[in-house]
Write a new protein. Structure first.
Length: 103
């Protein structure tokens, strides 16, 4: 299922209610450091093709506005990942963010 950039909150709700799901931020490391959704792991789009994410877990992807997460979804599916969903961009997210260092 595809979520528009305005529906990231719905995507987060689906992620939270999906057993074993992994939330993936596909922005670059400096963007991730500036603030990410709690529980998200960072796998930048620039390195998505060398990822070691589990193939048997549902993956929920987001970026800043949604374009990179859609691209990452396409690439992951091409690599054999079956349960991958782009949920849009963090720009539309209204919840709390985690910051792990000063940027």
């Amino acid at each position: 299922m595809f979520f528009s950039k305005n529906d990231i909150s719905k995507g987060i709700e689906e992620y939270e209610s999906t057993a074993g799901a992994i939330l993936v931020d596909v922005r670059e490391e400096n963007e991730y450091a500036s603030g990410y959704i709690p529980g998200a792991v960072n796998v930048p789009l620039s390195r998505i093709q060398s990822t070691t994410l589990p193939t048997d877990k549902p993956l929920f992807l987001y970026c800043l506005r949604g374009a990179r997460s859609r691209r990452a979804e396409w690439l992951l599916r091409k690599m054999g990942y079956g349960n991958v969903t782009s949920i849009g961009g963090i720009k539309g997210y209204k919840g709390k963010l985690v910051r792990y260092r000063n940027v």
